[in-house]
Structures are given as structure tokens and as C-alpha cells.
Design a binder for this molecule. Structure first.
Ligand SMILES: [Zn+2]
Length: 337
């Protein structure tokens, strides 16, 4: 069964101002890379956008393109966020935009609708996989989500996209245990905040050592709270490491944790800012490394949950590296059945 893909040119409408790394061109670069790799063949929504992605292998088959996503029903956001947070984001955007988090997280007039649509795209991916229409699915969305805490936009993130997807799977599809693997180079502090007391969601985050990178959390000693003790796994990586260290950490820590937990569904917070060309961090992953990690996660999903994976874009700020890495991620997702 093929892999599904959900994105929208509307994700370029979330305006973050000049010089912000989390910028509309990220969505344009991904759309272009996917067309160039022949993963999708719908018409190019960004004909004026120019980027040199270099040569890429051509996919062996097309992905299923899911319909244009629509804004999520607010009740699914309320599964994670207090109403006040949703209203605050709505209000700032309605007034023309502003800054939500000490300068890091600017929003424009469209950002609320775009962020709701990003959640809608994840939900649409969850539906496609949970219903058996697709084996796996990837949502290429902006803004990202893994830094957003229940009551606080943070680190370019407005709503906790992947956490909302996990709650949606549990509440709308009756899924019990969900595992979230986050390989974005930054710690998924928001996801951890949502689930650290919850043993039904295993959260595994690989990220650059928090002493050296935003947001400064995600130490190995953070393993969950109360009933959730043991269901948060933080794997800090030293600046400068690359594919080999990540792959061995997968074999030594990530895969055994998934084997012990036996998830019924696997979610991926897929950030590509651990790429060696990324400007925001000091990890040296390659496109091939992202592909290998994806393959290992696919094998784990095949072993435990019928292969069911929904992956969602988080970071990745070098446009060329981002486009190429997403192609490798998707090719690996799609060759696992
Ligand atoms: Zn990141």
C-alpha cells in the first residue's frame, strides 16, 4: 500500500517577517523537491520560486496526494491546549499579527488559519492511515509544533501538532498506545510537556545536547513524571556527531524502547535541522542518515503496529538540505512494505 502526502500552498501564507529561518520558502522547497523526485505530479503551486536542489533519484512510484487540508475542528486542539491559548493566538492574528514568544514566534494575519490547517493536515494523515487507505503518511506543514506547550506558543510553534495527532488517534480512532519519535535537532519540549505524566504515549526525542542548543531542556535525566515515569526518553547528542552516532543510538536505545512499549501507532516529529548544512545547529546528519533512521522506524512499525506511521514536518532551515532530506524520508517511508 502506498504512502500518502498532505500539504498545501496555503502553508506559505504564515508570514514570519524577513530573515526569519522558519519562512514560507520552506514549503516551496519541499513542493519543488517532491516534484523533481517525481514523488508527486500535481501542478507546481509555486512556479516563480527558484531553487537549485541538485540531482536527485527518481521515486519508484508516486505518493497518494491527500485532498487540500482544511482547518482542524477546535475540539481536537482542546484535547491539548486550554481555550485561552487558542483564543490568544486567534486574537493576535486577527489584529494583524505580532509576536507570541519573546521575539521567536512572529505571526501574521493568516497564521491562525494556517496553523489550524496544519493540524487539519495531520488529522487527515491520521485518518488515511488509521482507515487503511494508506500505509503511512507525511504532512508537510508550517508552522511546526513540537515546541508549543499547552498554554504557550514557543520556538516558531503555535499549536502542538504531533501531540494533537496523538490525542486524536486515541480519542477518534480508539488507539491505545502511541509512540512519538522526534529527530528534530531541538528537544521537543512541548510534546514532552503534554505527555510526561501519561504512560499511554511513549515520547522519544533525539536532539543536540541541551547545554548547547535551544530550548535548553531534554536532559537524559528527564524520563517522565508520576505514572508517566519511564515513558519519556531523551537522547542528547553531542555537537558534531553525524549519521553513525545517530544510527547506533537508534539500535541501542530507540528501537529497544519501541520494542518494549509495543506501540499501536507510530508518529514521527520529522525535523531536518540536524542536517550538516543547517544553519541553526551543529549536528552533521546527511540526507542518507535521515533515510536510514526512517527505515529503522519503518521496521519497528512493521513489527508492532502493522507499519502504521504518520510523520509531520518540524524544523529544517537550509532549503536545499530540507528538500532533499524530505525526499529521502518519504522514499524510505514508502519502500517499507
Ligand atoms: Zn528544530
Amino acid at each position: 500500500m502506498p504512502t500518502a502526502f498532505c500539504s498545501s500552498p496555503r502553508f506559505a501564507l504564515h508570514q514570519t517577517g524577513p530573515h526569519h529561518p522558519e519562512r514560507p520558502d520552506r514549503i516551496r522547497a519541499i513542493a519543488r523537491a517532491m516534484r523533481q523526485a517525481k514523488l508527486i505530479d500535481s501542478s507546481d503551486p509555486f512556479p516563480d520560486f527558484s531553487i537549485d536542489l541538485g540531482t536527485m533519484e527518481t521515486a519508484r512510484r508516486k505518493l497518494i496526494e491527500l485532498p487540500e487540508p482544511t482547518p482542524a475542528d477546535e475540539r481536537w486542539l482542546l484535547a491539548v491546549h486550554p481555550r485561552e491559548h487558542i483564543e490568544h493566538v486567534r486574537r493576535v492574528c486577527a489584529m494583524g499579527g505580532g509576536v507570541l514568544d519573546q521575539g521567536d514566534t512572529p505571526v501574521g494575519p493568516e497564521s491562525f488559519q494556517v496553523a489550524m490547517t496544519a493540524v487539519g493536515a495531520l488529522i487527515s494523515c491520521c485518518d488515511a492511515v488509521a482507515s487503511g487507505k494508506a500505509a503511512r503518511a507525511f504532512a508537510a506543514v508550517r508552522p511546526p509544533g513540537h515546541h508549543a506547550e499547552p498554554g504557550q506558543a514557543m520556538g516558531f510553534c503555535l499549536f502542538a501538532n504531533i501531540s494533537i495527532a496523538a490525542r486524536y488517534l486515541q480519542q477518534a480512532h480508539g488507539i491505545g498506545k502511541v509512540a512519538i519519535v522526534d529527530f528534530d535537532v531541538h528537544h521537543g519540549n512541548g510534546t514532552q510537556a503534554v505527555f510526561e505524566e501519561d504512560p499511554s504515549v511513549l515520547f522519544i526525542s533525539l536532539h543536540q545536547d541541551p547545554r548547547t542548543l535551544y530550548p535548553g531542556s531534554g536532559f537524559a535525566r528527564e524520563t517522565g513524571i508520576g505514572k508517566g515515569k519511564g515513558f519519556t526518553l531523551n537522547l542528547p547528542m553531542n555537537p558534531g556527531v553525524g549519521d553513525a552516532q545517530y544510527i547506533s543510538t537508534f539500535h541501542e536505545k530507540v528501537l529497544p524502547a519501541l520494542d518494549a512499549f509495543k506501540p499501536e501507532f507510530l508518529l514521527i516529529s520529522a525535523g531536518f535541522d540536524g542536517h550538516r548544512d543547517d544553519p541553526l545547529a551543529q549536528i552533521n546528519l546527511s540526507e542518507a542518515g535521515f533515510g536510514q533512521m526512517t527505515e529503522l522506524l519503518g521496521q519497528a512499525a512493521n513489527a508492532h503496529c502493522g507499519g502504521k506511521i504518520v510523520s509531520a514536518l518540524e524544523g529544517g532551515y537550509n532549503l536545499r538540505a530540507l528538500g532533499r532530506s524530505v525526499v529521502r524520508h518519504l522514499s524510505a517511508l514508502d519502500t517499507m512494505d
